[in-house]
Design a binder for this molecule. Structure first.
Ligand SMILES: [Zn+2]
Length: 268
């Protein structure tokens, strides 16, 4: 990407016919990771684009919660665009390649797979509500409800994964059905937390609060970044034990984000 920025600047200088020196590579804002785009000084606003398959219309309140938490996390104004319907992918169990492809195919805000646009000072996040499920793999079970991949500005929500891969007792069905919206808002904020690089996965920790058993997740059950949020069994455990699923970043998460913003401001 650094090469890409140099190419852009080179073209701009040639067209302008000016003699300004090329900026050093380190001066080009790095928007190639979702957390640098969302938190760094090159952007001053966040735009969220939402695509959903027909059976999974987003809860407006869940998207409002996502915007509120992104605003708290970044200190920047957040706009959620009107959700856009998309056809079913027709895939029962999505591989990472499938998920990258649907993001690239549907995202209209900027270059797919990138995180922001320094020229418009905008960082973006793409939210995809998919039918089907995440393919079960070596490190993933078929009960994944939410997913963020690498450092991409895309998060995935599989609202009805319990219909596909998981056998549940009747009481669990009832519990999930009664908590559709609270689960949705928690998954959206949790995956956005991964896009923000939380819990030492892009953004370093000010105070240790990582879960030794689950990298990139918080040891605090009060944080939306607990590993229990993201998988069906974990969400059920929270609902059964606490009658509640955390959906906010906690003080440790926010301290990490503020420290990261200070370091990005300093050009680190
Ligand atoms: Zn997670």
């Amino acid at each position: 990407m650094r090469t890409g920025w140099l190419a852009v600047f080179t073209v701009a200088v040639v067209f302008a016919g000016c003699v300004n020196p090329l900026p050093a590579a380190h001066e080009a804002p790095d928007l190639t990771t979702s957390w640098r785009a969302l938190l760094g000084p090159a952007t001053d606003r966040v735009v969220v684009q939402v695509h959903y398959t027909p059976e999974h219309v987003p809860y407006p309140a869940a998207l409002t919660t996502l915007a509120d938490e992104l605003g708290r996390a970044t200190g920047k104004p957040v706009t959620v665009q009107t959700p856009i319907p998309m056809p079913s992918t027709g895939i029962a169990n999505h591989t990472v390649a499938d998920l990258l492809a649907v993001h690239a195919r549907t995202f209209t805000l900027g270059a797919p797979l990138l995180s922001g646009d320094a020229a418009s000072h905008t960082a973006w996040l793409h939210v995809l509500y998919l039918d089907g499920a995440r393919a079960a793999g070596a490190s993933q079970s078929g009960e994944t409800i939410g997913l963020h991949i690498g450092s991409l500005p895309a998060i995935y929500y599989f609202p009805k994964v319990q219909h596909l891969n998981v056998v549940l007792p009747p009481a669990s069905w009832d519990l999930l059905a009664a908590n559709d919206e609270p689960v949705e808002r928690a998954i959206l904020v949790h995956e956005a937390g991964h896009a923000l690089g939380l819990v030492d996965c892009g953004v370093p920790m000010v105070r240790a609060h990582d879960d030794a058993q689950h990298s990139c997740h918080s040891a605090s059950d009060g944080s939306v970044m607990t590993a229990l949020v993201g998988g069906l069994q974990g969400v059920l455990e929270l609902l059964q034990d606490n009658q509640w699923v955390p959906y906010k970043f906690d003080a440790d998460d926010l301290a990490d984000l503020q420290a990261a913003q200070a370091s990005f401001q300093g050009g680190a």
